[in-house]
Design a protein around this ligand. Structure first.
Ligand code: ZN
Length: 251
């Protein structure tokens, strides 16, 4: 037995209650839409938190940020229906300006205690060369929130408000370069395509076709030799792995 095997990695598909936390509208559909749809079809309850309003996601100088934020919220609501997300929460931090302090983390701790997910999904903040601060900061805030949501010394006012402590049993990072779990998404690939297509302000026409082609090619590359035609890849860890654990990278 290896030391790292003392802390086994749970199976992502065993989750019954799922909280997905994404930096912008569209990130979760791109990284995990097929798996989210599969979990929802299997009866899991899936809720989606979007940290920022997506108001800067344009290259059109004539686009108003207020209008874009409204459009992107509507697109996310449509996409959520395509993959079976039950509830959406928009925290509406300004796009590109997610704060680095403890405030977003503390809000997430309260949300985890309220929704009590066994699986939390988010972007991998340790993705090499990730330049978008909202992605790095979201992943870090979520990881810290999963570590601290079981500790009464963080957000003690939650307990007075009737919430109780909660530790998710696993965190799954998508958009990862160090996957340790691969989910067969052949049966839900169409749901994922529909969800991504709903984000029309981000991808349309040829751009959409090219992006869907890229994602499918990547899903097939990752699936090679594993059985399914297409997979989504995750780094799955327990909260215990998320602090002072030298085996986390290889677990
Ligand atoms: Zn994003």
């Amino acid at each position: 037995m290896l030391a790292k095997d003392i802390l086994p990695i749970p199976d992502i598909l065993s989750a019954r209650s799922v909280l997905v936390i994404q930096p912008h509208p569209d990130d979760a559909d791109i990284g995990a839409g097929g798996t989210i749809a599969r979990l929802a079809k299997a009866g899991a309850t899936v809720s989606l938190v979007t940290m920022t309003d997506g108001s800067r996601g344009t290259m059109d100088p004539a686009q108003s940020m207020e209008t874009l934020a409204r459009t992107r919220r509507q697109e996310q609501e449509d996409a959520a229906r395509a993959v079976g997300v039950k509830e959406l929460l928009f925290l509406d931090y300004p796009d590109g300006e997610l704060p680095a302090g403890s405030e977003p983390r503390d809000r997430l701790i309260s949300i985890i205690r309220r929704y009590r997910p066994d699986l939390v999904m988010t972007v991998d903040p340790w993705l090499a060369y990730e330049a978008h601060p909202d992605h790095r900061l979201t992943g870090l805030a979520v990881a810290a929130a999963c570590l601290f949501s079981s500790m009464p010394t963080f957000n003690p006012e939650d307990l007075a408000a009737g919430l109780s402590l909660h530790a998710p049993s696993m965190v799954a990072f998508f958009g990862t370069a160090h996957p340790n779990q691969f989910v067969d998404v052949d049966d839900t690939w169409e749901n994922k395509r529909a969800a991504i297509s709903a984000h029309a302000s981000q991808f349309s026409g040829q751009t959409l076709e090219l992006y869907l082609y890229y994602l499918e090619l990547k899903a097939k590359e990752l699936a090679a030799g594993r059985g399914p035609q297409r997979v989504e890849a995750f780094k799955v860890l327990t909260p215990t792995h998320l602090h002072y654990n030298v085996d986390a990278l290889v677990s």
